[in-house]
Design a protein around this ligand. Structure first.
Ligand code: C5P
Length: 411
């Protein structure tokens, strides 16, 4: 795919280096078009070295090749990261005073803008109106992430993570291709769960886990890019990949209801969520107070837990003898003195009854919230194991869908 990566003048320009690497490592041809201001943050030599071709930013260079028209016309995808308030304003008003803004006007492919700016600038009615105009015209404007900004301040305005932008952009291309899609999941409806459940103790507290939801979102983005209709049942607030329907839930019981209600019509179901095995037996209706016994002020409450249902097992039971949907489970595993990771994974695959188990190697600091993981794909009724990684979560997602496509072709 021919990608134009526009970079405008914000401190987050350095993150575009990682985004560029993700695109080139996936085999795409990337031309970087930095604005003049952005070259104060990352210089031309960096872009040339990372993309393997000169960065382009002059309308009046190589005029005989008409670069301001050619770049946009020949691109399959244009991504601007970071997109400053200034670039959003120029794009919304059709201004064209440099190569990047010219390219935005000539592009007829999906255009993805990943904003980054201070919170006040993002929330300003002028910026919000520009974003609304662009979205109305079909431009994919991501929501910025929230968090620490350049100074001491924090709020919405941080550039989304390079992985997220790459997945979103990929899905934007798939989204455009969906009517009459040619991907190997076209015509399929896939249902994916993502994130860690939150089991409420009272109106302000919950028991949770460290799952980031990244794997589930990578699965959703890749399935959408391959032409599937995607429903993502998620516990997180991450921006949805384009074209993906998101159902937001919190607890294991909510996740279970959402999944069971939608699984019957699906072609594939992937349980990537980290579902809590236990929940508090009771949810207090008001905040649990520090002291409830004046005679014993240091007393702490005892919280009784009950088991949550195993949603994966219930999905398999609900399907019964039918061949669809293909059901995929995840398992975070380590070996120990009684067995290795693969034998535990095989035992879990049999016990849960799903068709494919993706066994994640976990350990101290590994997998949860990380971008890189190593997984083993085990298929029911087969001794073969496919190992993927260490690889990023989009590569794991691609391997999972490859396996699902193969299983649908030869059940
Ligand atoms: O048993 P374990 O938690 O290791 O199984 C992991 C797999 O089972 C994951 O696919 C997870 O989404 C699913 N699961 C579930 N319901 C639970 C616990 C886990 O569906 N209560």
């Amino acid at each position: 795919m021919r990608i134009v990566l526009g970079v405008s003048g914000g401190i987050a320009a350095y993150k575009a280096c990682s985004l560029l690497r993700r695109f080139t490592e996936s085999g795409h041809d990337v031309t970087v078009v930095p604005t003049a201001a952005s070259l104060n943050f990352v210089g031309e030599a960096t872009w040339a070295a990372l993309s393997g071709r000169p960065a382009q930013h002059e309308v009046f260079e190589q005029v005989h090749e008409v670069p301001h028209v050619r770049l946009g016309q020949s691109a399959d995808l244009v991504v601007v990261a970071p997109a400053t308030a200034d670039v959003l304003a120029k794009a919304a008003h059709g201004m064209a005073d440099d190569l990047l803004t010219n390219t935005l006007l000539t592009a007829r492919c999906p255009v993805v803008l990943a904003p980054a700016m201070h919170t006040e600038m993002w929330l300003h009615p002028a910026t919000q109106a520009n974003v609304a105009t662009l979205r109305e015209r079909g431009v994919h404007v991501m929501d910025p992430a929230s968090g620490r900004l350049t100074g001491a301040d924090s709020g919405p305005g941080r550039l989304a993570e390079p992985d997220e932008i790459a997945a979103y952009a990929l899905a934007a291309v798939g989204d455009q291709a969906r009517p009459g899609a040619t991907g190997d999941l076209s015509g399929c409806h896939v249902l994916i769960s993502a994130g860690g459940t939150r089991e409420a103790l009272d109106p302000v507290r919950y028991l949770g886990n460290r799952s980031s939801g990244k794997q589930g979102y990578a699965l959703a983005a890749d399935a959408a890019a391959r032409g599937a209709r995607v429903t993502l049942v998620s516990t997180t607030e991450r921006p949805a990949p384009p074209g993906v329907e998101v159902v937001t839930v919190e607890s294991a019981l909510e996740l279970r209801d959402a999944m069971l209600a939608r699984a019957a019509g699906a072609d594939a179901v992937v349980m990537a969520a980290a579902v809590a095995d236990f929940r508090p037996a009771e949810r207090a209706t008001s905040k649990i107070k520090k002291t409830h016994d004046p005679a014993d002020p240091d007393a702490a409450p005892t919280i009784e837990l009950v088991r949550n249902p195993d949603i994966l097992v219930e999905l398999v039971q609900q399907r019964g003898p039918a061949s669809a949907p293909v059901i995929v489970g995840f398992a975070a595993e380590t070996g120990d003195e009684h067995g290795d990771l693969l034998s535990y994974a095989r035992e879990k695959l049999e016990r849960k009854g799903c068709d494919l188990l993706v066994a994640n190697e976990v350990g101290e600091g590994v997998t949860f919230g990380q971008d890189i993981s190593t997984v083993h794909l085990l298929r029911r009724g087969s001794e073969d194991v496919r190992t993927v990684g260490p690889a990023d979560k989009s590569a794991v997602a691609a391997a999972v869908w490859d396996a699902v496509v193969a299983m649908r072709a030869a059940p």
